[in-house]
Design a protein around this ligand. Structure first.
Ligand code: ATP
Length: 365
C-alpha cells in the first residue's frame, strides 16, 4: 500500500481557481474523505491525484515518488466512479477479472484473485450471474471488486454510493468501512454527504471554494470546528451561532451575550471589539428553569429517540436536542443552559475559530 502526499496543489480553469494551495498527507492505510458541497473542488483534487487532470502548480507524491506528471496508467491507483460502467454482456466473474485479463495475467491466477475478491465482498454466490439483472448494491460490489482485484497501491472513490437509494447506501457505508478494515488500502473518498464521511473516514478534509478549511479526524472537525463554515456544514442540525459585539482578552473565561454572562473555555487570543459568535451544538443545550439565557419556544421536531426544539433568544434562534418526553408549549419562555466546556467562539469577520483551551486540546491530541 502507499502514502499519498499532496503539496501546494492548485488548479486553474482559465481565470477560475478550482483548487487553491491544497496540502495534505494520506498515510499508508488511511481513509481520507474529501467533503464539501457541489463545486468546491473535490473531484478536481481527486482527478489530479489519479493523473486524469494536470495541476497548474504543486506536487503529488506516491510513496515519496513525484508522480505529478506521470500518466494515470503509470500510477498504480484504482479509481471507482459513481456510475461505474460494468460490461453488460459479461457475467460478474468476467467483469471483476477484466482488468487482470487486460494486464495479461495468467488465467489460473485471474481465477484465484477473482474468487478471493468475491469472498472479500461476499459476492461469491453471484459470480456466474449476468451483471444486467443485479440490484444496485451488488452492481456496486462488482465495481469495487474490479478495483480491488488489481491490488492497487491506493483507491480513489468519487461519490461511489451516489446513485444508491438511502437504505442501500447505509448498508454500503458499513460494508465499505468493513472492507477498509480488512484490506487497509490507502483511500481517498469524495463525498458531499457528511454522514458518509463521519461514518467511514479516519480523516476528513472539509473543502470550501477550492480551499481545505479543516483537515482532521471526524471528532476534531465535529468538536473543534476551525471555522463557522465547518461548524455549519458538519452536524445535523448544524452548530448554533449566537452573535454578539465584544472585544476579547486572553485568559477570559466569561463572555456576555447582551447582559447574560456565559462561561466559555479559556480564551487564548486578543480581539478588538467587533462581532463575535458563540458556537454551541444542539446536544450541548439543556432546558433549565434557572438559566439566565432565555427565549421563547418556536417549534419542535420529534425524532423518536429525542427531539430538536427551536428557541428564539435575543441573540438568535437556538436549536436544542432534548429528551423526546420533555414537555413544553409553543411560545413558552424557557431557560437555556449551555455546556461551557464545549463552546466555540468565532470571529465573524474572518469566520475563523478564536483559539481557546478547547482548541489547544486538539493540538495536543
Ligand atoms: P461536484 O460534486 O458537483 O462534482 P466538486 O466539489 O467535485 O463538485 P469539481 O467537480 O472539482 O467540484 O469542480 C470544481 C469547480 O471547477 C466547479 O465550479 C466546476 O464547474 C469547475 N470545473 C471543473 N472541471 C472544469 C473544467 N474542465 N473546465 C472548467 N471548469 C471546471
Amino acid at each position: 500500500m502507499a502514502e499519498i502526499r499532496v503539496e501546494n496543489l492548485r488548479k486553474q480553469f482559465g481565470d477560475f481557481t478550482a483548487v487553491e494551495d491544497s496540502s495534505f498527507t494520506v498515510h499508508d492505510g488511511e481513509f481520507l474523505a474529501l467533503l464539501g458541497p457541489s463545486g468546491c473542488g473535490k473531484t478536481t483534487t481527486l482527478r489530479m491525484i489519479a493523473g486524469l487532470e494536470l495541476p497548474t502548480s504543486g506536487k503529488i507524491l506516491l510513496d515519496d515518488e513525484d508522480v505529478t506528471f506521470n500518466r494515470a496508467s503509470a500510477r498504480d491507483i484504482a479509481f471507482v466512479f459513481q456510475l461505474f460502467a460494468l460490461y453488460p454482456h459479461m457475467n460478474v466473474r468476467k467483469n471483476i477479472g477484466f482488468p487482470l485479463l487486460s494486464q495479461g495475467v495468467a488465467k489460473a491466477e485471474i481465477r484465484k484473485r477473482v474468487e478471493e475478491t468475491a469472498r472479500l465482498l461476499q459476492i461469491g454466490h453471484i459470480l456466474d450471474r449476468s451483471v444486467s439483472g443485479l440490484a444496485g448494491g451488488d452492481r456496486q460490489r462488482v465495481a469495487l471488486g474490479r478495483a480491488i482485484v488489481r491490488r492497487p497501491k491506493c483507491f480513489l472513490m468519487d461519490e461511489p454510493l451516489g446513485t444508491l437509494d438511502a437504505e442501500f447506501r447505509e448498508v454500503m457505508v458499513h460494508e465499505l468501512r468493513e472492507l477498509h478494515n480488512r484490506i487497509h488500502a490507502t483511500t481517498v473518498y469524495v463525498t458531499h454527504d457528511q454522514h458518509e464521511a463521519m461514518a467511514m473516514a479516519d480523516k476528513i478534509a472539509v473543502m470550501n471554494h477550492g480551499i481545505i478549511e479543516q483537515y482532521g479526524t471526524p471528532q476534531e472537525v465535529y468538536n473543534r470546528p476551525a471555522s463557522m463554515y465547518v461548524a455549519d456544514f458538519i452536524g445535523s442540525p448544524p452548530m448554533n451561532f449566537l452573535k454578539f459585539q465584544s472585544g476579547l482578552e486572553s485568559g477570559a473565561t466569561t463572555i456576555r451575550l447582551g447582559d447574560v454572562p456565559i462561561s466559555v473555555p479559556e480564551v487564548h487570543a486578543v480581539r478588538e471589539p467587533g462581532e463575535l459568535a458563540l458556537g454551541v451544538r444542539p446536544e450541548h443545550v439543556r432546558f433549565s428553569d434557572t438559566a439566565p439565557l432565555r427565549g421563547a419556544v418556536y417549534g419542535s421536531e420529534y425524532l423518536g429517540t429525542n427531539q430538536i426544539v427551536s428557541v428564539e433568544t435575543a441573540q438568535g434562534m437556538v436549536k436544542a436536542r432534548v429528551p423526546a418526553d420533555l414537555n413544553f408549549t409553543i411560545g413558552e419562555t424557557v431557560g437555556l443552559d449551555l455546556n461551557s466546556d464545549k463552546l466555540s467562539l468565532f470571529d465573524c469577520a474572518s469566520g475563523k475559530a478564536v483559539p481557546s483551551s478547547l482548541y489547544a486540546e486538539a493540538r495536543h491530541g
